[in-house]
Design a protein. Structure first.
Length: 486
């Protein structure tokens, strides 16, 4: 099926994308894709450098006649989010992404596509390998681990890059020019509990599935259901109505993806089993009505299970369910300055309770550092009430907008010239590496743009073919217009 992809235009970009998607490249495990991109640069006999963190920089001289233009840094991240549907048989560690063409879209079979940020990487590769595209001197920066902490960008030392203008190719709407973003921090609550023998004699596996999910920053304002919150609501109601015992909970996966599925094993007295099934069916109907617009495929099921040897004790179960209920999720505050922009939010990304231990993981975002701290304290307070241990990591700064920067004006005017429309110049709630890179490159002006990519961080991810063509044209025209060195 990937041969279909290689016939799309622009061929160079889509062929590089097919090559890239043949390489497993999960966050934290980028060794193979680092080797791939280094070999690519070296095969072109270009100056290729890997820093201590694993970021790769490839430099290409200007084409004839453009030697006097300013050097441009082109930046994208090598890693991708690995998500698949529960019924998809796929091994991300050994298999390349299976892609196909669906009308004007490229999709993957039951997994994330890797267009985030593979299209950006492939566009840069196309420029590096080109022999007939005019451009100024280029510094291609391929960072690692953007999706799970931005540690590549955080580790990039000052002085390695010489260009003063950076084009980040990681925006997912082709009419947007992004000039600012939120910062973030990971919050993890962990602890132990003493399991007890179940008092009931009938077990069920409760499953919440079919949620839309999506990007925990870019999609958080859409009000989509969070599987961990939905499951917690179900379990609390069943605890009240049927006196269930919980043997385990496993919900969500990645910190930056809105949870789509959650599974719990519960125990109930046999004489309350009918009440449990009836209550669950009634609650499922309520949830489906509440989320019929955002999550039309939401399902709640109960299947008989083997009786577990242990469940949570009633006191801990009460504390756990109350703490998860109290944990803020979704929008915390909208920006009072930029209409429609989420200023602060939280994603309750992971709930794992099993065998006497638990872990609860959140990704908290804000474009205001003080408010990020306030939200962190609100989340921590909920979990501290159940005596959890709190750990914080992956903190990264936001990116302050500079709407008067020369590159912003150049690309805004060029967009209107090329497409006879106004670009949407904005800041986003998702995390971008620009703010982090700016800490060591204070004088660098930055802007982010890209093609239409829907459903990032979920198996619904798809890239629009016509939009990739538009993005490519826009990128090439931008490089032609880069001004001369001062």
């Amino acid at each position: 099926m990937n041969e279909q992809i290689r016939e799309l235009e622009p061929k160079a970009l889509w062929n590089h994308f097919a090559d890239l998607n043949a390489v497993p490249r999960p966050s934290k495990k980028e060794q193979r894709v680092i080797a791939f991109i280094k070999a690519f640069g070296e095969s072109l006999k270009l100056d290729t450098y890997e820093d201590e963190a694993g970021n790769v920089i490839i430099r290409k001289p200007a084409t004839a006649g453009m030697e006097n233009r300013q050097t441009i840094v082109l930046q994208s991240h090598l890693d991708m989010v690995h998500q698949k549907n529960s019924d998809t048989n796929f091994d991300f560690n050994t298999q390349g992404i299976e892609m196909y063409v669906d009308g004007d879209w490229v999709r993957a079979r039951g997994t994330t596509l890797g267009a985030d940020n593979g299209i950006g990487v492939s566009a840069i590769m196309s420029l590096l390998s080109s022999t007939d595209i005019p451009h100024p001197a280029l510094e291609a920066l391929f960072t690692i681990d953007e999706e799970t902490g931005m540690t590549g960008a955080l580790s990039l030392k000052g002085g390695l890059l010489h260009g003063k203008t950076l084009l980040n190719l990681d925006t997912e709407a082709d009419n947007e020019l992004t000039i600012g973003c939120a910062g973030g921090i990971d919050i993890t609550a962990t602890g132990n509990y003493e399991p007890v023998k179940p008092s009931g004699n009938t077990a069920y596996t409760i499953a919440v599935k079919g949620l839309t999910g999506g990007h925990s920053g870019a999609d958080i304002h859409l009000g989509r259901a969070n599987a961990n919150k939905v499951m917690n609501r179900i379990l609390l109601q069943l605890t009240r109505e049927c006196n269930i015992g919980i043997a385990g909970i496993n919900g969500g996966s990645l910190r930056n993806a809105i949870p789509r599925e959650s599974v719990a094993v519960i125990v109930v007295d046999e004489n309350r089993a009918a009440d449990l099934r009836d209550g669950l069916a009634a609650l499922a109907a309520i949830l489906q009505e509440e989320y019929k617009v955002t999550d039309p495929k939401l399902t709640v099921s109960a299947e008989p299970a083997d009786l577990p040897a242990q469940v949570l004790d009633t006191v801990f179960q009460y504390k756990l369910l109350r703490a998860v209920y109290a944990c803020p999720n979704g929008i915390y505050r909208m920006s009072p300055e930029i209409s429609g922009l989420v200023q602060s939010s939280n994603n309750l990304a992971r709930v794992l309770v099993a065998d006497g231990a638990y872990s609860l993981q959140c990704l908290t975002r804000s474009s205001v550092d003080s408010e990020k701290t306030d939200l962190k304290d609100a989340i921590s307070s909920a979990f501290e009430l159940m005596d959890a241990s709190l750990a914080y990591g992956g903190s990264y700064p936001g990116w302050a907008p500079k709407p008067d920067a020369p590159i912003v004006k150049l690309m805004t005017n060029l967009y209107t010239e090329l497409f006879h429309d106004q670009a949407h110049v904005n800041a986003v709630h998702a995390g971008l590496e620009c703010g982090i890179l700016g800490t060591n490159y204070h004088d660098m002006q930055m802007i982010s743009f890209g093609p239409n990519i829907n459903g990032a961080h979920s198996p619904d991810e798809c890239a629009q073919i016509s939009s990739v063509q538009k993005f490519w044209h826009y990128l090439l025209e931008t490089l032609k217009r880069i001004p001369a060195k001062a």
